[in-house]
Design a protein around this ligand. Structure first.
Ligand SMILES: C[S@@+](CC[C@H](N)C(=O)[O-])C[C@H]1O[C@@H](n2cnc3c(N)ncnc32)[C@H](O)[C@@H]1O
Length: 319
């Protein structure tokens, strides 16, 4: 069963960075190094990185314009900082264009959604308070969750719920969504979707709203979160300087599996048969995995419930 994120009741503008001390230790921040926080959120990790930088440089990015506006306000006047609005999938090209390929000393991606995104009913990520069923991290582009529910045939919708939410009742939920749509009452709000799922599943689940898996699945689909992560992981190793560190925090097994596989693949010697001509580089491991997937302490989870499903992975670029 994949772990899922849930609302945690934190206030709108707060986001407590997850495993922050471990992230900073793992990145081994050098005062003069070049660092990238690919998922700024509200800047908890970025501030921690900055506190160890003197002459160094920090680039922060996020796809969410509200996060970028926050970063511009908080860091825009700091000469060490550069703020970009960029998706994970775009970041490798942006860094290459800036002449930083092979020069990054530490790169952090803290995946998923931030507390301000989850807690703002207007963003449509959570089901505790009713709001438009949007779920786009960047509300200026793409299709909202409500539009997706309006467009997808039941079979495809069930596939989304099964694949990204591991929802066992995917087919019944998808059929109920389509039935509502055909009755002229399409699901348009978070409250309507939560009530529909609750009605279909008809049973309370201890400690978890029955719509949690459905919300997670739609969020992943709306933001193409796995496609974004794959595109980033495909090119991230080439961005790192020798000895540079890659740190990733994921929140469910669909993400963590990808991160683990990307690190493992880059840590292996190519296993092509000797008859296949390949450049010598391809036969050299490019990353060294540092430790295994780590989880937050019980104490951190008690203090910050959003950390509950976090897995932290770390790797170092080999020369
Ligand atoms: C868990 S929060 C990061 C919190 C941050 N580390 C902090 O301490 O405040 C995740 C952030 O990543 C952003 N994000 C998620 N997927 C992204 C993607 N594909 N490209 C760029 N930003 C993304 C979200 O908009 C959100 O702001």
């Amino acid at each position: 069963m994949i772990a899922v994120e849930q609302d945690n009741g934190a206030s709108r503008e707060e986001h407590r960075p997850v495993m922050s001390a471990r992230v900073i230790e793992g990145l081994a921040v050098r005062p003069g190094g070049i660092y990238v926080d690919a998922t700024y959120g509200r800047g908890g990790h970025a501030r921690a990185i900055l506190s160890s930088l003197s002459s160094g440089r920090l680039i922060v990015a996020d796809r969410d314009p509200t996060a970028v506006a926050h970063a511009a306000g908080a860091l825009g006047s700091d000469p060490r900082c550069t703020v970009w609005r960029a998706r994970l999938s775009e970041l490798p090209s942006r860094l290459e264009d800036a002449g930083l390929a092979g020069r990054i000393d530490g790169l952090l991606a803290d995946l998923g959604v931030s507390s301000p995104q989850l807690d703002d009913p207007e963003r449509g990520f959570g089901f505790r308070r009713d709001g438009p069923l949007d779920m786009r991290m960047d509300q200026s582009a793409g299709e909202s969750a409500a539009d997706l529910l309006q467009r997808l045939p039941a079979r495809e919708l069930a596939g989304v719920l099964r694949r990204y939410g591991e929802e066992r009742s995917a087919r019944r939920i998808a059929e109920a969504v389509v039935a509502a749509r055909e009755a002229g009452e399409p699901v348009r709000t978070t409250g309507e979707l939560a009530a529909l799922v609750e009605g279909v599943l008809g049973r309370p689940e201890p400690g978890k709203h029955p719509a949690t898996r459905t919300f997670q699945a739609l969020r992943i689909a709306v933001n193409d979160e796995l496609g974004e992560l794959d595109a980033f992981l495909d090119r991230v190793v080439g961005l790192l300087a020798p000895g540079g560190r890659l740190a990733v925090i994921s929140f469910h097994s669909l993400e963590d599996r990808r991160v683990k596989r990307a690190i493992r693949n880059a840590s292996r010697v190519g296993d092509l048969p000797p008859s296949v001509p390949v450049a010598p580089d391809r036969l050299r491991p490019r990353l060294k995995q540092l430790g295994r997937g780590e989880r937050p302490t019980e104490r951190e989870v008690a203090e910050n419930p959003r950390a509950r499903s976090a897995v932290f992975r770390l790797a170092e670029r080999l020369p």
